[in-house]
Design a protein around this ligand. Structure first.
Ligand SMILES: [Zn+2]
Length: 241
């Protein structure tokens, strides 16, 4: 298990329950992250922190992994229901990817979103991988419905229960939100929440990409980056989605 410095945890700062064992080098290879919201936020922060190549000093890390959308990263495999369950063929592909050492990052991750939607067949296949993972392998399972996760899987994961953040999800966003002056990190957080809701409702992965990019815009704003540059980047991102 790799040791992580406190600085690695900038992305994990909102989730002290995860950040603590992570910092101590005690983060398990199989984690079930439970949150009453869809679990996307802590899962995303966690996967980012695990994948970072530099163990950099800030959340504005410029390493290849931190700058790459998960969709284009060779060391993370996302599994999510399509449309209602996670299929055994998808799990098989993910498990096969574990045979190869990571290409960029210190670890190779399978991130299973809505883990309660694993079918018994999918879970069985996954179990074999979870039982004896190579040292570089991490399983991140996220759920907002832990009681529905198959007990065989649940029992092999260390559980992290994330408290409900003190805020309500939003389901709409003003058309011209990014034209607000000054553009504050809070505005970007709102947009990120919007993207999260869109992802939860549609399971369309481009929303996950948007969410990640918004994270980076948030970091940039929080670090007092030039507003106009951030605004232009957001504009392009929002058009592309
Ligand atoms: Zn990095």
């Amino acid at each position: 298990m790799k040791n992580f410095s406190h600085q690695d945890l900038s992305r994990l700062g909102s989730w002290p329950l995860i950040a603590g064992p992570f910092a101590a080098g005690l983060f398990p290879q199989s984690a079930l992250v439970v949150s009453s919201t869809p679990g996307l936020e802590p899962g995303l922060s966690l996967c980012h922190a695990l994948l970072c190549e530099e163990r950099e000093t800030s959340s504005t890390c410029r390493c290849r992994s931190c700058q790459t959308d998960f969709m284009g990263h060779p060391d993370i495999h996302l599994l999510s229901p399509s449309p209602h369950t996670i299929k055994v063929t998808d799990v098989r592909m993910a498990v096969q990817s574990l045979l190869y050492r990571p290409l960029w990052s210190p670890v190779r991750i399978i991130w299973i979103q809505a883990a309660e939607t694993l079918t018994p067949e999918s879970a069985n296949l996954l179990l074999k991988a979870v039982e004896e993972p190579a040292a570089y392998v991490h399983f991140v399972l996220t759920t907002n419905n832990p009681d529905q996760v198959l007990p065989t899987i649940r029992s092999r994961c260390q559980r992290f229960v994330i408290a409900e953040p003190d805020r309500q999800p939003i389901d709409s966003l003003p058309q011209d939100w990014m034209m607000v002056r000054p553009l504050l990190p809070d505005h970007v957080v709102q947009a990120a929440r919007f993207a999260r809701v869109q992802f939860r409702q549609s399971h369309q992965r481009q929303w996950l990409g948007v969410w990640e990019d918004l994270w980076q815009a948030y970091d940039a704003l929080a670090a007092n980056a030039n507003q106009d540059i951030v605004r232009e980047r957001l504009r392009q991102l929002w058009i592309r989605r």
